[in-house]
Design a protein around this ligand. Structure first.
Ligand code: GLA
Length: 377
């Protein structure tokens, strides 16, 4: 990818760029817990966005997306927002850096990526983190700390892209470390690296190719449900809620909001239980908890879809250790913890049966847990 970007950059801008990259992420467990102040357990993956960048001595940013084969140009003032949706991610990052009192000057860039779009692997967080990291390095002597870089990406989603997301994706993309998952406490922002190398198992993603689009999706509505319940219970976030507290106020919340909160309260504990199980090497328990999460996301939080429930059923029938929908939901992929000896069988069955039912094969994505945001020398 670096060679491709170098070539395209040279054709367009005729100067020597610096290269940066940042990764997509998986999440083993802890879904929709981040904006509730709970725990998440993600890791960065070997699928990333890479950008070639050089300052251009103007007050304009000139961007070329090698994948879309489209260009955009914008200034750095609030009124200069580009009309292209994809360019708003980069514009938003520039604005959020400036709003925090740091520097951004005009630059030229060409970028590309291999994070599948709409699969729930956070291609947008990878894009934001790549540019946040780059602007910090190019213009600010790396004075912005890593959490602030993640928050710059998150604020970009909130203020320029219409998704009221939590911090998980940008955190994972910025902090990712090879062979490690990270447990993040989204309230205190304390985190811990967990080496992840399950002997005898593989992690595999099965992408339904159902388009996942969080902008204008019910994602923001889920968050509002959680905030309503937290307010009713008199707590800041559902992190501080228990099932007893929820049941005591059952009459004061809608049936729908009750289900949403029930899921979040259960999921919060599951992350901790998975971490304990991993420390014991107890993958059966990890897998069982993944299935519980799927059930919760499907029946209580209602962010699954028919195709993903079908993939989850196939996993169960094929005796896969753990399987669940991953990411924000409404499409995308399942994450599966599969014993080595079952892997080929499962992949074959998932492809055949899904194809029979939906007329296309799901895409199998093998992932390697990798480093996050970086300068590529
Ligand atoms: C999306 C959001 C994250 C998180 C997940 C669900 O990926 O960007 O902040 O809420 O959904 O866990």
């Amino acid at each position: 990818m670096k060679e491709l970007l170098a070539k395209q950059f040279a054709q367009r801008f005729a100067t020597n760029p610096v290269f940066y990259a940042s990764s997509g992420r998986i999440n083993l467990i802890g879904e929709h817990t981040d904006y509730n102040g709970g725990f998440v357990f993600p890791g960065a993956i070997d699928k990333y966005i890479m950008a070639a960048i050089n300052v251009n001595g103007t007050d304009k940013v000139r961007v070329y997306s090698a994948d879309l084969q489209e260009s955009a140009e914008f200034g750095l003032q609030e009124a200069d927002a580009p009309k292209e949706q994809w360019a708003r991610y980069i514009f938003g990052v520039c604005r959020e850096v400036i709003k925090r009192g740091f520097t951004v000057k005009g630059f030229d860039t060409v970028f590309a990526g291999n994070v599948p779009l709409g699969a729930g692997l956070s291609s947008s967080a990878a894009l934001e983190s790549c540019f946040a990291y780059a602007l910090n390095d190019l213009f600010n002597e790396n004075k912005i700390d890593k959490f602030e870089l993640a928050k710059i990406g998150q604020s970009t989603e909130h203020n320029y892209c219409g998704v009221n997301c939590g911090i998980m994706d940008q955190f994972a993309s910025v902090f990712g470390k090879k062979n490690c998952l990270m447990r993040l406490d989204c309230r205190s922002l304390e985190y811990e690296y967990f080496p992840f190398d399950p002997q005898g198992y593989k992690l595999v993603l099965v992408n339904s190719k159902v388009k996942h689009e969080l902008v204008d999706s019910p994602y923001n509505k889920r968050r509002e449900s959680c905030e309503r319940v937290a307010a009713t219970l008199g707590v800041e976030t559902l992190r501080d809620a228990t099932m007893d507290m929820l049941n005591a106020k059952k009459a004061d919340v809608t049936e729908e909001d009750y289900k949403r909160a029930e899921y979040v309260i259960g999921e919060k504990q599951r992350v901790l239980d998975v971490c304990d199980a991993l420390e014991r090497g107890d993958y059966e328990t990890v897998g069982r908890l993944m299935y519980e999460t799927h059930y919760g996301l499907s029946k209580q939080y209602e962010v699954s879809c028919e195709e993903l429930d079908f993939l989850n059923d196939i996993a169960k029938e094929s005796k896969v250790t753990g399987s669940r929908i991953m990411g924000g939901g409404f499409g995308g992929c399942t994450i599966n913890l599969v014993k080595d000896e079952l892997y080929d069988h499962f992949v074959e069955i998932a492809k055949t049966r899904f194809n029979e039912k939906y007329g296309h094969e799901p895409v199998i994505i093998d992932v390697v847990i990798s480093d996050g945001a970086r300068r590529c020398e």
